[in-house]
Design a protein around this ligand. Structure first.
Ligand SMILES: [Zn+2]
Ligand SMILES: [Zn+2]
Length: 342
């Protein structure tokens, strides 16, 4: 085991994302040491760097989506072996608060998160609690496995757990970026008909290849397209991956009476709801945060059996994380960015 590793450390807000050399961590009680083979770059990493989402104590190694191979076990770890291929659920939860007891671990009151309050996976090595590990079968590559905990499990959690998506429903995905393209696939596999919006033709083309009907909101009226798509009934479920006043206004405007708006994005500080329509049509607005370990296990199974395809837009070596971040900010990608370790 080397003494030093490369890791992307946030030491102060507003600096740049750059790998530097840090000691390889040692696994504590109940933890394993993972040799990271790939990690997913999330726009949240950029929010963390800017300080928009405070991290608490700095410095901190970021990266909340990772996949790799176990190389060492801490004391008290059973059922895992060096060489096991794994990914990890992001939330390290207390196990005994009201929400953990009822399986809603994404709401744990004492939660700490990998890549937020504890060191994460944009590094060569990371320690994680064995309780968070999920085995990755050979059929799933490390880069594909690296985007399961957030980009894909979060959409699964939103649509399946929070939205109760199902057969014959009309679903609208607002924004088919790194998350939304997987939302399209999950809603389709649940038996829903899917409408997906973007202003970028290449994103719409990919959404259409995965079975959605695309709406180019730079030139088409969403209201008109949604009315045609649902034969005037209105949409059952909207997934808002954007989280602006405008996206929420649009999402609510196309819902059928009793329809649900799932709020996944959070760009604007506050959102607005039209009170009369909200009341009269008995609309539901549901926040969606992260995912549970069970969501991640379900997603691994769906990907391993070919029912869901992780969409990776670009690969960058860890050393080029600045270029990767610039590419992510440019918005010209279709799919997720994966940082490799070669
Ligand atoms: Zn994320
Ligand atoms: Zn808890």
């Amino acid at each position: 085991m080397p003494e030093l590793m490369r890791a992307v450390v946030i030491s102060r807000y507003g600096a740049s994302l750059e790998p530097r050399h840090c000691p390889v961590p040692r696994p504590g009680f109940g933890e394993v040491l993972i040799h990271v083979h790939a990690s997913g770059l999330c726009s949240t990493d950029l929010h963390l760097l800017s300080g928009r989402q405070p991290l608490g104590d700095l410095p901190r190694i970021v990266g909340h989506e990772l996949a790799g191979e176990i190389v060492a076990l801490g004391e008290g770890v059973a059922h895992w072996r060096p060489g096991d291929r794994v990914t990890a659920a992001i939330d390290v939860t207390c196990g005994h608060c009201r929400h953990c007891r009822t399986g809603e671990t994404q709401r744990c009151l004492a939660m700490r998160r990998i890549g937020f309050e504890i060191d994460g996976g944009h590094a060569d090595y990371v320690t994680v609690p064995a309780a968070n590990l999920v085995a990755v079968p050979e059929e799933i590559s490390y880069p594909a496995a690296a985007i399961l905990p957030d980009a894909i499990a979060c959409m699964y959690h939103s649509l399946i757990h929070q939205g109760k998506v199902g057969l014959g429903q009309h679903v609208l995905i607002l924004g088919v970026g790194g998350l939304g393209i997987h939302g399209v696939q999950i809603a389709r596999s649940a038996g829903a008909d899917v409408l997906a919006t973007s202003r970028r033709p290449e994103r719409l083309a990919l959404a259409e290849r995965h079975g959605a009907v695309g709406v180019d909101t730079s030139r088409q009226s969403l209201e008109a397209e949604a009315a045609t798509f649902t034969q005037g009934e209105g949409v059952d479920l909207v997934v808002d991956n954007i989280g602006t006043r405008e996206s929420v206004r649009q999402g609510l405007s196309v819902l059928r009476p009793g329809g649900k708006l799932l709020v996944v994005g959070y760009l604007d500080e506050t959102l607005e709801i039209p009170s009369m329509r909200f009341f009269k049509s008995e609309l539901e607005i549901i926040g969606c945060r992260g995912s549970t370990k069970q969501d991640l296990i379900d997603v691994v199974r769906l990907v391993g059996t070919g029912q869901l395809t992780p969409v990776i837009g670009a690969y960058y070596p860890l050393d080029q994380i600045q270029a990767a971040a610039a590419r992510l900010e440019s918005g010209d990608l279709v799919g997720r960015i994966v940082l490799t370790r070669s």
